[in-house]
Design a protein around this ligand. Structure first.
Ligand code: 6GU
Length: 243
């Protein structure tokens, strides 16, 4: 998978991408993340300006259409060259609090993409015309407002990368986890067996794998019911336990 991030702050993206599991996946070229600086496409060769006042007045500056569009054209051209003159299928995702809320299912779906282009906005937003021209999906990461799209873009890349084959060492771990099947993860314990007077649940030491599995499932269900009643309701419906 190759992921282009159109941004005014490429260093934010680069820092995150070189760290931890994303860093390892990048090193192995299982995922390629390229931060592209929108400012490099400013037509203003002197000050590299990319923002201006909004028509109709009001507070704040808007990202102008031209640098965003030219940045996208350069990315499209690079993808075309990489594919022997054929532009590969790709989504252009605009990160915005007005978008559809990103979910684990969304991550699974986007992980099938060969190419992704993420557009990070700043200031009060981006000129509507370039959004209409290039954007295929508008995505939010939750109902709160951030100062820019870079952190949401990285949240998405991280969540998506976990489902790209080879990124995680143990392929099952992406599926058996929190939110798989609308259940939270069961509680886990490591050594020592007793810590500050608290013992590890007896059954986990029994060596009886069937019993351990049953206990974990039960704990996952109970934990979901108490911590996330909204998820629990979905779990019941999707498993035919409730209408
Ligand atoms: Cl994608 N962008 C911004 N600026 N704020 C957000 C968001 C995105 N998702 C939640 N809040």
């Amino acid at each position: 998978m190759k992921c282009y991030v159109m941004t005014l702050f490429p260093e934010m993206v680069e820092e995150i991408v070189k760290t931890s599991i994303l860093g390892r996946a990048s090193q192995k070229e299982i995922i390629r993340v390229k931060a592209v600086n929108i400012r490099d496409y400013s037509a203003d060769l002197k000050h590299h300006k990319v923002d201006d006042y909004t028509y109709g007045g009001g507070a704040g500056m808007l990202m102008q259409a031209q640098p965003v569009y030219d940045c996208y054209r350069a990315i499209a051209e690079e993808m075309t060259t990489e594919n022997g003159g054929v532009t590969p299928e790709h989504r252009v995702i605009y990160l915005s609090p007005q978008g559809r809320v990103f979910t684990q299912e969304g991550a699974v779906e986007l992980a099938k993409s060969e190419y992704l282009v993420l557009l990070c906005g700043h200031y009060e937003g981006i000129d509507e015309r370039v959004i209409e021209e290039i954007v295929t999906d508008e995505v939010s990461i939750g109902d709160y407002v951030l100062t820019g799209g870079e952190l949401p873009a990285m949240v998405m890349i991280d969540a998506i990368a976990r489902f790209v084959p080879g990124v995680l060492h143990n392929e099952e771990s992406a599926l058996g986890e929190s939110l798989a099947g609308n259940l939270l993860e069961y509680p886990q314990y490591s050594r020592p067996e007793v810590w500050r007077g608290k013992a590890v649940p007896e059954i986990l030491l029994s060596g009886d794998h069937a019993k351990v599995d049953a206990w974990r499932k039960e704990r996952a269900i109970e934990r979901t019911r108490t911590k996330r009643p909204d998820l629990y309701a979905r779990y019941l419906v999707e498993n035919g336990l409730k209408e």
